[in-house]
Design a protein around this ligand. Structure first.
Ligand code: PFF
Length: 487
């Protein structure tokens, strides 16, 4: 017998556990910093409402109807709708995206674990900006240490997934989420008095369209074309949209998977709204806690993935009780990352057990090992290795030493490439297909039934969104990026 969530609260907890994670507290602040603040947040919020929310509903509805892993759910629902079984490819690309995302997610979560020990040992006490930067550099330039933490994180994730979805997640999330929330609020209060709060509010909520729409180099200077004009770019829009998918765990079947354990008697409209609101509040609180510290200490908001590891320790090192608060914060962030990691792995493990009849433990260990291995790419990325460096080494094994790899693409790290490929391309494409499938391929009867508690208003609005508005918006961003169409 296939189990179901014990009640509707459990589903919300699990879905919030999946949604709230490093995406909110680590990624949201640093990409907001990189893409100029206000307009980025504005674009992200629009994407959450017009793209994220309708797709969240679609994924829950599809999952609950299909009752299997995303691959088999899509297979069954496409047959039911009299359509082509190749819709199950959506499930496959979701599994690939989940494994790729988890490969670097685990490395960052490993850093979070390392930081909880550093906070506990008093290493941040009275640290200056340079001191804190030094602590981060020491960690990321030591691949062996990162590898050890990555291995540990993958280990605890494998254990949780092997035990099955129910065991653990419910209990963990019911204490982690409220506690994380309280600590974030404490940090926001601390940040209010740090001297950088006004500047942070200004940065986060005053739209500066130039910084968003015009390309800049790594030092933040605008790039110019041959005529001396700034260069217009849609990349930040693509990142903002991609992040809406990433932060809500959409486009790869994680929410579809969790929806499949949901019983018939709950209103999916209400649940989606709760999940999306909580996720957004946590991200905004993280921004409000971090940016004041960044400005008060003269840090660079566009510092990249190290942003929270550079800013928060300064606060913990200088506030009363900071040692305890810092430790607690990183421990809670680890748990939040863990509950997200579980959902990244679940679709693959569920498919292996369903279709390959593999034992759950074996399926989890295999999946975990493959992901662990891909994670090595990100470990080397953080110590500065680029794709070009890796290819050069590989080529040299075959005696091809003189190959020129000067294209900008080869100067990126594998972490950047994997992150862009998954969050900005695979998840939005997956989400677009889910919207088209739910809106156009499935029969009205089937989708309407999933909305049985909300069929008065929610269903008609959702139906218009998922058929027209959401696919149109995602499509426009892709057309612009591909250069086929320019606004
Ligand atoms: N939503 C998670 C976060 O914000 O950290 C990351 C994530 C989990 C993305 C599950 C995708 C997913 F399927």
């Amino acid at each position: 017998m296939r189990h179901e969530w014990s009640n509707r609260l459990t589903f919300i907890l699990a879905a919030v556990g999946s949604a709230v994670g490093l995406g909110n507290i680590w990624k949201f602040p640093y990409i907001t910093g990189e893409y100029g603040g206000g307009v980025f947040i504005f674009a992200y919020l629009i994407c959450i409402c017009l793209i994220g929310l309708p797709i969240m509903l679609a994924e829950i509805a599809l999952g609950r109807r299909g009752k299997q892993s995303p691959v088999n759910t899509m297979l069954q629902l496409s047959l039911e709708a009299g359509s082509h079984p190749s819709w199950s490819l959506l499930g496959w690309s979701g599994m690939a995206a989940g494994c790729l995302i988890l490969s670097y997610y685990s490395v960052i979560a490993g850093e979070v674990m390392a930081y909880s020990f550093r906070a506990g040992s008093g290493m941040f006490n009275q640290q200056t900006v340079d001191g804190v930067k030094g602590i981060l550099t020491t960690l990321v330039s030591d691949p062996e240490k990162l590898l050890a933490w990555h291995t540990l994180f993958m280990g605890v994730t494998v254990i949780a997934v092997a035990k099955g979805v129910r065991g653990g997640i419910e209990k963990t999330i019911s204490f982690v989420m409220p506690a994380l929330f309280v600590l974030l609020v404490v940090l926001v209060f601390y940040a209010m008095n740090s001297g950088g709060f006004e500047q942070a509010i200004d940065f986060m909520f005053t739209p500066d369209a130039d910084k968003f729409f015009y390309a800049r180099d790594q030092l933040g200077q605008y790039l110019m074309d041959a005529e001396g004009e700034k260069i217009f770019t849609w990349k930040p829009m693509m990142v903002a949209m991609g992040h809406a998918f990433f932060t809500l765990s959409l486009g790869m079947g994680a929410i579809m998977m969790y929806g499949s354990y949901l019983n018939r008697y709950v209103s999916i409209g209400q649940m989606a709204l709760i999940i999306v609101s909580l996720d957004t509040v946590v991200a905004l609180l993280a921004g409000l806690a971090i940016f004041p510290l960044v400005f008060a200490n003269g840090l660079d908001p566009a510092a990249g993935p190290g942003l929270i590891f550079e800013s928060l320790p300064i606060a913990f090192g200088n506030m009363a009780g900071g040692r305890l608060i810092g430790t607690l914060f990183f421990v809670l962030l680890f748990f939040a990352a863990w509950t997200s990691a579980i959902s990244l792995m679940e679709p693959t493990v569920a498919w292996l057990t369903e279709s390959k009849k593999m034992h759950r433990v074996k399926a989890t260990v295999w999946t975990g090992t493959v992901i662990w291995f891909i994670g090595l790419a990100s470990i080397f990325s953080f110590s500065g290795t680029t794709l070009g460096d890796i290819l050069r080494i590989l080529f040299s094994w075959f005696g091809l030493e003189y190959l020129e790899l000067n294209h900008w693409f080869f100067k990126q790290s594998l972490f950047i490439i994997i992150d862009f490929l998954t969050a900005s391309i695979m998840l939005p494409v997956g989400g677009l297909l889910i919207a088209i499938f739910a809106g156009w391929v499935m029969e009205r009867d089937s989708t309407e039934r999933e909305f049985s508690f909300n069929n008065r208003y929610v269903y008609p609005v959702w139906s218009v969104m998922v058929r027209y508005v959401t696919p149109f918006l995602v499509f426009i961003v892709f057309l612009n990026i591909s250069g086929i169409f320019k606004f």
